[in-house]
Design a binder for this molecule. Structure first.
Ligand code: 4NP
Length: 158
């Protein structure tokens, strides 16, 4: 099973989702069975580490984002991933615009897995520290719902 988190720059929201979700998978013993990645719609920050504010906020919750590097959404992602999860409606529209007809992946808003239907993870880039805490709160809320869905879809390991 493969999950791709998508935001605009791949330096704030989607790396946070990737780091938080990877830790949740480790806690549930699923790290070897679910692959996680993140990317951005835009190319401005390709190759860069996450925003220092995102790294600091995540580190305060025990999540290390320092090894992550930004990349852009690629055509191959539509065949490679089972879930392409957007942080906001603009990201979702950009994914849908590039989605090939034959793509069978689940494409939607990540926060639907928190029961927050139609709600976005607000872009914290131009705001203050509190925006990064809100990103973490929302991502943590949705991570549990996504884990539950994946556990239901995965075969028992033995
Ligand atoms: P992200 O935040 O999409 O959560 O990574 C942003 C990062 C950079 C920019 C916008 C949003 N930017 O305009 O450079």
């Amino acid at each position: 099973m493969r999950v791709l988190f998508v935001c605009l720059g791949n330096i704030c929201r989607s790396p946070t989702a990737e780091g938080v979700f990877r830790r949740r998978l480790e806690e549930r013993g699923l790290a070897g069975r679910v692959e996680v990645d993140s990317c951005g719609i835009g190319a401005w920050h390709v190759g860069k580490a996450p925003d220092p504010r995102a790294m600091e906020a995540a580190a305060r919750r025990g999540v290390d984002l320092s090894a992550l590097r930004a990349r852009q959404l690629a055509d191959g992602d539509f065949a490679r991933f089972d879930y392409l999860l957007a942080m906001d409606h603009d990201n979702l529209a950009a994914i849908e615009a590039r989605r090939p007809a034959e793509c069978e992946a689940h494409v939607g808003l990540f926060l639907a897995f928190a029961g927050y239907h139609g709600r976005a993870v607000p872009d914290p880039y131009f705001g203050g520290e509190s925006g990064f805490e809100e990103v973490l709160d929302l991502v943590e809320a949705a991570a549990g719902g996504l884990i539950a869905e994946l556990e239901a879809r995965l075969e028992p390991s033995s």
